[in-house]
Ligand binder design. Structure first.
Ligand SMILES: Nc1ncnc2c1ncn2[C@@H]1O[C@H](COP(=O)(O)OP(=O)(O)OP(=O)(O)O)[C@@H](O)[C@H]1O
Length: 448
């Protein structure tokens, strides 16, 4: 995309008309360097094969200049089409903004995926190309390793993946960045530079700017080794998924809804953990948070502890030896956080633990009844609340605040903070809670 291209003054064209004409496929086109090269290469191939290429551009609406990028993409697409390229351009602007505590990157990614899938449906195509290259893949492996991911995370981005009735493909996943740069030079292509690619607040940008150059000069083979690691991990993840599926099938069809704990825990621990994690992931549709899983595992293997666990996207409940999933915690589901409770989004990389944002509106304030137990930190035993108050040196007046529950689980205690079994760690969107009754002083982890 030429930075100095004349800007098309007209509105951004939308997906125009019902699918008609030659069969085709789509390219997700940000207007940036990599997807501009991919779109151009796709057009050359498609012309020879008599195919149509649909270029889809998503405007996240997060930067002042983004509407202008959409217009520049539209103008470039119109020029290519006039020159005979078999191209159709469509663009969508995302509605809304990230909520408090949401990661902006995750919000943009989710919105972009949904919008790309909708555009593909409207255009009648079931193949969408993304321009990730080998450098992106190596970075993703490294970022996953730094989050302590398991095999599925280390496998990074698949070459092809069916989702929402659409095949998401990365044809250049193993192509080095320099090959794309050479292509751009050869065809004299220009593109849009997104200034947010340089913002150090994003982990990927910090890795790109500070870590990768040092790594590459000390270990020139790092990139290709990380790609190999991703391939090994993808194979391992596939084998593990197959093993967990076959273990689940042996428990009978009812186990997909209600998991019988005795036969699960009869397996050697590593196999039981695999099966449990796999079942939860199937039910919740979310990756399983490692810290939450450890608390659940401890409670299930000890045969005691809570009967319900708040979980991203819903709740797990144990009843008569069966584990069940509920999409929301039943009962007491107010629309807003309880009065006096304030939530502040935590920076994604801050070490401070926080509350999953979707729990906030479901918290319920209750008076202390006695007998509540609270876990002050990861790996520490849950203890009577009274003991925890004493250990924290909280004066009697400060112990009168309400306690905050999700279902039957004690989540937040003003003056003590979040129960460690309910808290998410760095790398995930989460909230700091502050208890501030009208006219009172704020209290987050410790009473101010
Ligand atoms: N706003 C967007 N509209 C359409 N597709 C997008 C958009 N943003 C990203 N993509 C697709 O996802 C791929 C990876 O996105 P990422 O943000 O990592 O881009 P990138 O590495 O900067 O690539 P590019 O140079 O193409 O912007 C892009 O190459 C493109 O295919």
């Amino acid at each position: 995309m030429p930075a100095a291209d004349p800007v098309d003054p007209g509105p951004v064209p939308d997906a125009d008309g019902p699918p008609a004409g030659p069969p085709g496929f789509a390219v997700a086109w940000s207007g940036g360097r990599d997807s501009t090269a991919l779109l151009h290469a796709s057009l050359r191939v498609a012309r020879g094969l008599g195919l149509r290429v649909h270029a889809f551009h998503i405007d996240h609406g997060l930067q002042a200049a983004s509407a202008d990028w959409a217009r520049r993409c539209a103008a470039q697409a119109a020029r290519w089409a006039r020159a005979g390229a078999p191209l159709r351009f469509a663009s969508r602007r995302l509605e809304g903004r990230p909520g408090p505590g949401d990661s902006v990157e995750a919000w943009a990614r989710e919105g972009r995926r949904a919008a790309l899938a909708a555009l593909a449906r409207e255009a009648g195509v079931d193949l969408l190309l993304l321009a990730h290259h080998a450098g992106d893949q190596a970075e993703t492996v490294l970022l996953q390793a730094l989050r302590g991911a398991g095999p599925a995370g280390l496998a990074a981005m698949p070459a092809r993946q069916w989702r929402q009735g659409l095949c998401w493909a990365r044809p250049w996943r193993e192509q080095p960045r320099r090959a794309i740069e050479a292509y751009l030079r050869r065809h004299r292509l220009r593109w849009i530079e997104d200034p947010s690619n340089a913002e150090p607040v994003h982990a990927r940008n910090r890795l790109r700017q500070h870590v990768w150059p040092a790594l590459d000069s000390a270990f020139p083979q790092a990139g290709s080794a990380l790609l190999r690691l991703a391939r090994h991990a993808a194979e391992a993840a596939e084998n593990l998924r197959a093993l967990a599926e076959s273990d689940l099938a042996l428990l009978g069809p009812a186990a997909t809804q209600a998991l019988p704990l005795v036969p699960v825990l009869d397996h050697p621990p590593a196999r039981a953990r695999l099966l449990l994690r796999h079942w939860i992931e199937r039910q919740s549709g979310h990756p399983v948070p490692a810290d939450r899983f450890e608390s659940l595992w401890l409670a299930l293997t000890a045969g005691r502890g809570p009967a319900a666990w708040p979980w991203p996207g819903g709740q797990l409940r144990r009843y008569r030896g069966l584990l069940r999933w509920g999409a929301t915690a039943e009962g007491c589901v107010p629309d807003a956080p309880p009065a006096g409770l304030r939530a502040e989004p935590l920076p994604i990389d801050s070490p401070e633990p926080g509350l999953p944002p979707d729990w906030l509106p479901r918290l319920e304030a209750r008076a202390r009844q006695g007998g509540e137990r609270f876990q002050a930190g990861p790996g520490r035993p849950p203890r009577a609340l009274k003991k925890q108050f004493q250990a924290a040196g909280l004066p009697a007046w400060a112990r009168q605040a309400p306690l905050f529950f999700l279902g039957e689980t004690l989540v937040f205690v003003p003056g003590l903070g979040l129960d460690a079994r309910c808290a998410l760690g760095p790398g995930q969107p989460r909230l700091r809670l502050v208890w501030q009754p009208e006219g009172g002083r704020p209290a987050a982890g410790g009473l101010a």
